[in-house]
Design a protein around this ligand. Sequence first.
Ligand code: SF4
Ligand code: SF4
Length: 281
Amino acid sequence: MKEAYFYKSIAESVICILCPHKCLIKINETGICAVRKNIDGKLYSMNYGRLSSINLDPIEKKPLMRFLQNTITLSIGSYGCNLSCLFCQNYCVAKRTPLIVYRTPEDIVNLAIEYDIPSISFTYNEPIVSYEFVLDTAILAKEKGIKCVLVTNGYVEASPLIHLLQYIDAMNIDLKTFSQDKYREICNGEVEPVKRTIRIANKFSHIEVTTLLVTGMNDKEAELLELFKWLAKVDRNIPLHVTRYFPCYKYEKPATGIAFARKVKRMAESVLSHVYLGNVR
Ligand code: SF4
Ligand code: SF4
């Protein structure tokens, strides 16, 4: 574990100011993400260096289609997440404590150097709730000329995001729905902070956006078109991934139809320059 970088003390309690939940955490309790804990009046990152996965992946699998194309990335994940999507496709690491190995930032960067891998991707669970490990690793990686990638839900406050972006070269950011009600009801989050993350990150780093087409959550065509138009207004060259969903975790509605996914792709292409369809063979 490591003391957290973004929090404030109020008597014996702390307020975590890393993400928009801004959890007020009493002694011996954790925030909503369950991996940041108040110990004796200080906030600690409990998943520091505790990794659930270390893999080699094509960068296109993150998905990033227009960054370091045709290269391999060193994908690492820890555990925990600050959202609670009912359809979570990674619930084993986002909502459970999986088997872990301990690695330092130096271990990860040395692994990338040893295998001559040009980038490290923080992925699988939500990297924002591993902020300290991600930042420490990204600083070291930058010194060694290795690029860093975040695959994230974008649920982060502006200050920690801007600080981290100095060391991040590319991001894939989920924009789950344009409906505030559905963000709250199905993911326990808010849409505006995610839109802010997209706007800020686009100024500092290569970004791509993913919208999983979840049956009954974000499959109204008018609402999807509104989302695509908003993204095009930020920058029509941001690559967008529209991806089919499959029933998972606590959400059992049918998988996205292939014909519907193709229609949505065409709709997105009417306003955006680069649109990719995911989970369609
Ligand atoms: S990162 Fe975790 S502890 Fe901090 S505000 Fe977000 S959910 Fe709460
Ligand atoms: S943001 Fe991603 S990892 Fe977190 S609960 Fe939602 S789907 Fe799962």
